[in-house]
Ligand binder design. Sequence first.
Ligand SMILES: [Zn+2]
Length: 462
Amino acid sequence: MKKSKLLIVLFIANIQILFAQNPHLTGVVKISVLNGTIESDLEYSNLPKLNNYSIWLNAGLNLRYFRDKEDKFNYGNIKYYDDEISNEAFQYYFPDLENKGRFLPEKFKINYVGKFPVISDTLKANNRGDWKGNIAFNGKNIRASEQTAWYPIIYDIENDVALNKVTYDIIIDCIDCESIYLNGSSPVKGKTANFKSDKPISMMLFAGLFDFTKNKNTYFINTDLNSEQEKVLGNWTDKIVEFYENKLKIPYGNSVTYLYTTPISKRNAWMFVTYPTIAIIGQESYNVKSYFTPNTNSLKDNSNIEYFAHELGHYYFGTVIVPNSELRWFFLEGLTEYLALQTVKDVLGEESYRAKIDTYLKETKDYIPKSLATIKNSEIDETYRYYYVPLLVTALEIEVGKEKVWNWLRTVLKSEKLIKTDYDFFKSTLIYSGIKESEFKKFEENYILSEKAKENVKKIVK
Ligand SMILES: [Zn+2]
């Protein structure tokens, strides 16, 4: 009896330690989707003790002040830009008294404003140039993911971790909106809403003129689907999620929210995830309705299921573990694409699987991949991420067996949060998960270190 009580106390203490590290954000954010403005008056609390950190804030936002928790004085701050760390944000820190180091109070206030181009007419819009990290005003809505740093984000330099998951109690006040959605909460009708989350979450904001529906547990935001079409999409989602849960043995958590909106460029069309939101961005001809044969409830083809498999996989590589360091893109995009490949085989079948492998082979035909052992994160380009990595891991799978690869993926996902996902991590997790040292050596020699690494990968995968 006593023992179990002690255990419960320890358990609760552990939970508190876990939660104590999540920054808490409160305050008011005022928006106009027609003027392209953001005005924020926020307070950050529950901040971790860090002396090697920066505070990210989107480069289009102008700081009014950083201020102490009692509202008595402003903090002096140093501002800089480093696009290797964040392309989107300026970085700030508070110098300590001797001006030698950085100090972070447990709590501070921050106030800032910004005005962004509203691109409602694509006639003069750029062909491309919209991306997840863009604060996008398309004339009807604002779309701002955590990557934009539309809210201040604490970056732990030591561990290369951006603490973008926060608990919040925030009022969004949007003068010309009909609806507002803040990731982690249900969407709300109205010009103003108070959103609260006790669970730490990456804040993606979507507000403006849009409708939303709820089908079972899934929200469909601005997707304009009928309820049968929603069911079709929901069923595919369930199938994919079930496959992942089965293989990775980690429950998926919340049901996803689908969100559609147009880009502020002529041609960008893509999907991204800020869990649990899956955002689909594209001009009207690429909207979610376009996945269906006109006036029916059946999908035109399964190509979008493949994209959804990839995006849903980002719950694991992107949320459960947030890769960083030299192999960030290998783990974040490469392994997610490998997961999607496995899903395609399971839910769509062998033919779709082969077609996907053929695409990877075609896309890497003239590509000269650098060795995974020495590649720098910035060198892991799109071809490497989306086409070469899934081939490389497929070669591993053929060499050591599928079960061992699943074991490895589970090991990676269960590693501690502050670990650096570099080549040492790649190697040590493979060994730890049960791949023999000799098996690894052979794989490394043939497919990573060899002059003919790519040829060897292609040969075995074909
Ligand atoms: Zn991805």
